[in-house]
Design a protein around this ligand. Structure first.
Ligand SMILES: Cc1cc2nc3c(=O)[nH]c(=O)nc-3n(C[C@H](O)[C@H](O)[C@H](O)COP(=O)(O)O)c2cc1C
Length: 446
């Protein structure tokens, strides 16, 4: 048997209001050790026995506490859990919960998930001996078996009341074994992470401590006259997420903000630059002492050739002569490659609609280390929203498509790459310096 028999599986763990709820933390650890991703759900009573924060920290999933909850992306929490679970395990299961489930009463989130799911269900009851032997509970257990649920029988031993009897939650190993048996031979139901309940971003350490990162965010506004401009739909959310994530990882962040409609992190050094020309100036100046540049801003490609000095009045028609703006990323790359040592890491963004061919060509032409391409016409991607589905283009490698992620998670994964590139850059500089000083010593001896 494999050491990680639950690898790739989503286990939904329902916890109900028993004194044994604290053992759910140990069960999560065992399930995770067996390879599972675990989505916890708790009844309100359970959350009085065990803090949801404990399960959230262990699983990186928000605990579902109520059937009325929506996920951050507006999907219905218990339905997403039900539809994507490979197995639902309710441990510990109270007498009340078993009765609710036997009757199909979906007024707590754990029952709602079990009712809605097509996945196998494993139930591990825990209660006082009298409660377990009561004919009502016996009948409810039988009904659950009738639904095809696997019951992991409680054990004999000391109970919460101080008395001894049958009602103690089964050992963790027995529950994990039942979960593994329930999924054996079944295909993974939702291998695409985008369909599952979203994972909270992994906490990164201070791996960008001492780094200076320039991030551009938002759109640009190219003036037509003193009150009108040509703009775009960029909100600045992606750039702000990159800045926030870099700050959390210890970097000093210079945030070059174009037109933005989201709050900007206060800890960043914010420099406003609302036109392509202003942004070029600010970005190139900031690049001189930067370790990395992340150009997340959507800079206009064209601007009116001449902005009118006075407000234009209404007339039959207006023809604007447009001229191309500066290509800031290309200029930054030229400066970085030709003049800056050590060379800053360069990350570009490309908003495309449809094919990614242009992005692949653009990454090579612009001499960036990484290009983040997203199809802004695709649902869940692009301007304004909280999520993004991007493809990472590294010149010379096959494009890498990431699942639908929160913009913060995209930012963190991107910064993982930036941190690795910076570490590699510094390591090769040190080797280069050591080689040079060895040569110098040998030459002086010669
Ligand atoms: C200290 C304490 C321990 C409890 N332990 C259990 C238990 O192990 N099993 C059980 O069925 N009920 C137990 N109960 C009663 C349940 O918490 C109660 O029936 C509650 O309504 C269950 O809610 P839930 O099924 O929605 O989680 C306990 C109550 C207290 C105060």
């Amino acid at each position: 048997m494999s050491a990680r028999p639950l690898e790739g599986r989503l286990v939904v763990l329902g916890v109900t209001g028993s004194i044994a709820a604290y053992k759910a933390a140990e069960l999560v650890r065992a399930l995770v050790a067996a390879g599972a991703e675990v989505q916890p759900a708790m009844t309100h009573s359970a959350s009085r026995f065990l803090g949801p924060l404990t399960l959230e920290t262990l699983t990186r999933h928000r605990v579902q506490l109520d059937p009325l909850e929506l996920l951050a992306d507006s999907r219905i929490g218990h339905i997403v859990a039900a539809d994507t679970a490979d197995v639902v395990v309710v441990a510990p299961a109270t007498a009340r919960w078993m009765a609710a489930m036997a009757g199909g009463l979906a007024d707590d989130v754990v029952t709602a998930i079990c009712l809605a799911t097509a996945a196998p269900v494993v139930v591990a009851p825990a209660m006082d001996g009298g409660m377990w032997s009561h004919p009502a509970t016996r009948a409810n257990a039988e009904r659950l078996r009738g639904y095809g649920y696997a019951i992991v029988e409680p054990e004999e031993g000391p109970l919460a009341s101080g008395a001894s009897g049958r009602g103690r939650l089964a050992e963790t190993a027995a529950i994990v074994a039942a979960v593994e048996a329930a999924v054996t031979g079944r295909p993974v139901r939702a291998p695409d992470a985008a369909l599952r309940p979203p994972l909270e971003p992994e906490r990164r350490g201070a791996d960008l401590e001492g780094r200076r990162i320039v991030v551009s965010a938002g759109g640009t506004a190219e003036p037509i006259d003193p009150v009108r401009f040509i703009g775009n739909r960029s909100s600045g959310r992606m750039g702000a997420a990159v800045a926030e994530a870099a700050l959390d990882r210890g970097a000093v962040v210079v945030l070059v903000a174009g037109t933005v409609s989201v709050p900007l992190p206060e800890r960043a050094e914010v420099r406003h630059a609302e036109t392509a020309a202003a942004m070029r100036e600010v970005v190139l100046a900031a690049l001189a002492d930067a370790d990395a540049l992340v150009m997340a801003a959507a800079v206009a490609d064209f601007r009116p050739q001449r902005a009118a000095e006075e407000k234009l009045t209404r007339r039959a028609g207006l023809t604007l002569e447009l001229e191309p703006t500066e290509d800031i990323l290309a200029e930054a790359a030229a400066l970085a490659h030709e003049r800056l040592r050590p060379r800053p890491v360069l990350v570009g963004f490309a908003a495309e609609t449809g094919s990614l061919d242009r992005a692949v060509e653009k990454a090579a032409r612009k001499r960036v280390d990484l290009l983040v391409a997203n199809d802004v016409a695709e649902e869940g991607s692009g301007f304004g929203g909280d999520t993004n589905r991007v493809t990472i283009v590294v010149p010379g490698s096959a494009p890498e498509r990431w699942p639908l992620l929160s913009k913060r998670e995209v930012a963190d994964r991107l910064l993982d790459r930036v941190a690795a590139l910076l570490d590699a850059r510094d390591a090769s500089r040190q080797t280069g310096q050591a080689t040079r000083s060895m040569r110098a010593t040998e030459e002086s001896r010669a």
